[in-house]
Design a protein around this ligand. Structure first.
Ligand SMILES: [Zn+2]
Length: 206
């Protein structure tokens, strides 16, 4: 396995929209947050690793004009921050800020506009479905796919399972799919062990 094959993103959130929000790391820490969505290449990698894009499509999108790529990254970050505002509000049982809702709405509209109706012939008649069709080669494709995926999550019952990591320096979002809905950490290997160690230390010092 080469470095290029190693995943760039930690997808422990369990849903592309949640992992996407987590791509601004340390957003709740005392210092500056760390941007993982550094450029268009990183955005494509995220969409690829989240299985929103296939490798062939990601390779061809890597060739888009730099200005279009830059616009797409800006749009992606804007979508992500609106999404973060809405999701954290939900987790903390507050109403989301109106501005974040309007931004999210705009992104959902754009995602909806950039698809086409496809008629698929079947043995008995045919069926209509939505397809990215002629918009597949546009730089914003990963942004639209992320908006669509986020919209589906936000309006589903799965929202009941969205949690933020209990480690107050982390607060990464994840989908709690544990049987008893008692998952507390984004990643047991990272935050779970860290918090256990901290508690153990606190007990020793008490
Ligand atoms: Zn965590």
């Amino acid at each position: 396995m080469t470095a290029a094959d190693q995943p760039l993103f930690n997808l422990c959130g369990g849903h592309p929209a949640l992992d996407f929000v987590n791509s601004l790391d340390d957003r709740c820490g005392a210092g500056e947050p760390r941007e993982r969505l550094t450029d268009y290449g990183a955005l494509l990698r995220f969409a690829l690793e989240s299985q929103l894009l296939d490798a062939r499509r990601a390779r061809s999108l890597a060739q888009v004009a730099p200005a279009a790529a830059e616009r797409a990254v800006r749009a992606a970050r804007e979508l992500r921050e609106a999404l973060a505002a809405v999701l954290y509000a939900r987790v903390e049982q507050r109403s989301p800020p109106a501005a974040a809702l309007r931004t999210l709405e705009r992104h959902l509209h754009r995602a909806g506009q950039h698809r086409e109706l496809r008629w698929e012939r079947r043995t008995r008649g045919g069926a209509l479905s939505w397809d990215r069709g002629r918009f597949e080669a546009r730089a914003e494709l990963p942004v639209w796919l992320l908006a669509q995926s986020a919209g589906e999550l936000l309006m589903s019952e799965t929202m009941e399972r969205v949690r933020a990591c209990d480690a107050d320096t982390c607060r990464w979002l994840f989908l709690d799919t544990s049987r008893n809905h008692t998952r507390r950490w984004c990643d047991m290997k990272v935050c779970g062990n860290r918090m256990k160690a901290r508690r153990f230390q606190a007990r020793q010092e008490a």
